[in-house]
Design a protein around this ligand. Structure first.
Ligand code: AMP
Length: 192
């Protein structure tokens, strides 16, 4: 059973690939952006707290997101497998994830890094803003999210490289091609 997470800037295809990989390996796809957007829509306390951060393209506070994700991966008992999409995004989150995983015998098999050139990311996000009506896909917020990614999330690449679970994938081309690239790399792993 697969336990993987997607580590990539906004617009790199985390959502699309996360869904596909989860389906192929038969595990739940846990997308933190989706979780948060649901909370905002339902006007829960978590949603009310998250809303302004999301609208500005900032990260929501670590405690808030760590609580939400742990609820998902350990509802009654720890899920055997999952694809995490959009978490962790900070070193604090990465450490919390690692603590949970090692305490519950659920360490990750793979951290999938999707690499896409920045100008293509911006283009893809602007396009999504035109069709999908996401409040954070505006020119200004897109730039903010990309810079939040380089400041807060990019350092996780080295953290996972050092743990030898980083899987680096060319994220350009068709969604189908990217999925095949990911699959061929995951199929080389020992998914116990
Ligand atoms: P996404 O759909 O993954 O692009 O996430 C949309 C927004 O949700 C982000 O810009 C953040 O404001 C918030 N968000 C999602 N995941 C996290 C996370 N792990 N930590 C902090 N904020 C998050």
């Amino acid at each position: 059973v697969l336990r993987a997470l997607l580590l990539a800037p906004p617009g790199a295809g985390k959502g699309t690939q996360g869904e596909r990989i989860a389906e192929i390996y038969g595990v739940p796809h846990i997308a933190t952006g989706e979780l948060l957007r649901n909370q905002v829509e339902l006007r829960t306390p978590a949603g009310e707290m998250a809303k302004d951060f999301m609208q500005r393209g900032e990260l929501v506070p670590d405690d808030l997101i760590i609580g939400l994700v742990l609820d998902q991966v350990a509802d009654d008992e720890p899920l055997p497998g999952f694809v995490l999409d959009g978490f962790p995004r900070t070193m604090t989150q990465a450490r919390a994830a690692y603590e949970w995983a090692s305490a519950n015998d659920r360490t990750f098999h793979a951290v999938i890094r999707l690499e896409v050139p920045t100008d293509e990311l911006v283009e893809r996000l602007l396009e999504r803003g035109r069709i999908a009506n996401r409040v954070d896909d505006t020119a200004e917020t897109i730039l903010r999210r990309l810079s939040v990614y380089s400041d807060s999330t990019a350092p996780l690449v080295e953290f996972y490289r050092a743990r030898a679970i980083l899987v680096e994938i060319d994220g350009t081309g068709s969604a189908q091609d990217v999925t095949s690239r990911i699959r061929s790399r995951l199929d080389e792993l020992d998914l116990d």
